[in-house]
Design a protein around this ligand. Structure first.
Ligand SMILES: [Fe+2]
Ligand SMILES: [Fe+2]
Length: 168
């Protein structure tokens, strides 16, 4: 049966997609780097929005907040991630790009902050967010909540990816 902790698999997938994007940057494949960035961005946007819309209100209602994992902290980190994502998108999709070694290095450096915030956010949610639902709810309730969140995430991911592709 699905658990809310299973939703953390998206974090692993996000890291993998970001690394694939960076590998394409390293070899100077601009088209591939852009597509892989959009695939990463769509999942990050969809994952954080699905959490905002479904999980955060339940987290509050069940009084699961703690000092290190409050609604305010989670909301701020989600906003920061989306802001960093928008900055990176602007940089990667500027009209004239020549992926010289210097530009490749600059892009990799610019992604560092995004990676760091992602890592901190993963540690926080892994410790005190996702497992808290599974502890507070019975198995069927946790499975239903996780299923609903995953379904919305998948729908939003497809929408975000299409929106990004349309802008290219
Ligand atoms: Fe998450
Ligand atoms: Fe999150």
């Amino acid at each position: 049966m699905l658990k809310c902790a299973d939703l953390l698999e998206s974090h692993v997938e996000l890291t993998a997609r970001l690394n694939q994007h960076l590998q394409a940057v390293v070899v100077g494949d601009l088209e591939q780097a852009r597509t892989l960035f959009h695939s990463f961005a769509a999942l990050l946007e969809a994952h954080s929005l699905a959490e905002d819309r479904i999980l955060l209100p339940v987290f509050k209602k069940l009084k699961l907040e703690s000092n290190g994992c409050s609604l305010d902290i989670l909301d701020k980190e989600h906003r920061k991630l989306r802001r960093l994502l928008a900055d990176a998108e602007q940089r990667i999709f500027q009209k004239t790009v020549d992926l010289t070694p210097a530009v490749r290095l600059a892009w990799i450096e610019d992604t560092r902050m995004l990676k760091e915030v992602l890592e901190h956010h993963d540690v926080r949610e892994r410790a005190a967010f996702n497992p808290a639902f599974d502890q507070a709810l019975d198995q069927a309730e946790a499975a239903a909540l996780a299923g609903e969140t995953l379904a919305l995430q998948e729908q939003l991911e497809a929408e975000c990816f299409a929106k990004y592709q349309a802008r290219c």
